[in-house]
Design a protein around this ligand. Structure first.
Ligand SMILES: *Cc1c(COP(=O)(O)O)cnc(C)c1O
Length: 254
């Protein structure tokens, strides 16, 4: 028995812990429905804690959660440096930045302890800026990044146009030595679903295929971050390797 599951038996689960267990079970079930042609990757749960207090993040951590997502640099900076949280989690949280990133915030973001992945790189300029900030911060390990694609092509959404993702990936691989390109991310238009599936998830999968072919990276070495509380099961059925779930774990937001 793993230490995590032993712990779960020893301590009564909090409401957040129970909600998380439910999501994990649904992730497992969705994984079994996935087509055999898709890479057999264990989907990761990123718990999106934006607007939620530190004590709920600690509840989730104590039930076994390590990957957390935040949208705002300021809020992430505050939480990642919170003394109570650092004490309870011993620096073991892996933070994912999943919000829109402005160039002038790269330095602030790079200074955040335990930053694991920035999922929202959508231009060469932003990649350069993050690369420089990571280098200046004197980090030894590379920073994981994903290229965000605006698959629904909505004007108010960030992300690069689908046709640009190969050029950005190529730039990161060749010019951004401090960045470790791990895959593609999309938010997509909520509730979009045609006859057989969500067109945003389909398009992101197609982008991954193109990146794989053009860059010579095996498909199973490329992550797909897609799916939120409303649609994470369908996203997994379509090959998502990382789902970002907020309200279904922490409750609704104002
Ligand atoms: C808020 C947010 C989520 C989580 O949304 P829920 O519907 O609460 O699960 C996921 N991804 C991004 C980019 C977000 O901003």
């Amino acid at each position: 028995m793993s230490i995590a599951s032993a712990r779960r038996i020893m301590i009564a689960l909090t409401e957040v812990g129970r909600a998380r267990e439910n999501i994990l079970q649904r992730i497992e079930a969705a994984k079994l429905r996935r087509s055999a042609e898709l890479p057999n990757i264990e989907p990761r749960l990123v718990a999106v804690s934006k607007t939620k207090p530190v004590n709920l993040i600690i509840d989730a951590f104590e039930s076994g959660q390590t990957h957390f997502g935040e949208n705002y640099v300021q809020e992430l900076e505050r939480k990642a440096n919170d003394e109570e949280l650092l004490k309870a989690t011993k620096g073991q949280i892996k933070w994912h930045f999943i919000g829109h990133l402005q160039s002038n915030k790269c330095k602030k973001l790079a200074a955040i302890p335990n930053l694991d992945t920035v999922e929202t790189v959508d231009s060469k300029k932003l990649a350069d800026c993050l690369n420089k900030a990571w280098e200046s911060a004197g980090k030894l390990e590379q920073l994981n990044i994903m290229v965000q694609v605006n698959t629904s092509q909505e004007e108010n959404k960030s992300g690069c146009p689908p046709d640009d993702c190969v050029t950005i990936v190529d730039h990161v691989l060749k010019r951004c030595k401090k960045l470790n390109f791990v895959g593609l991310m999309t938010i997509g238009q909520l509730g979009r679903h045609d006859a057989d599936s969500n067109p945003d998830f389909r398009l992101l999968s197609e982008c991954r295929k193109t990146v794989s072919d053009k860059m010579g990276i095996p498909i199973d070495a490329l992550e797909l971050s897609m799916g939120m509380s409303q649609d994470f099961e369908h996203a997994i059925e379509m090959g998502s390797t990382s789902v970002r779930v907020g309200s279904a774990i922490f409750g609704s937001r104002p």
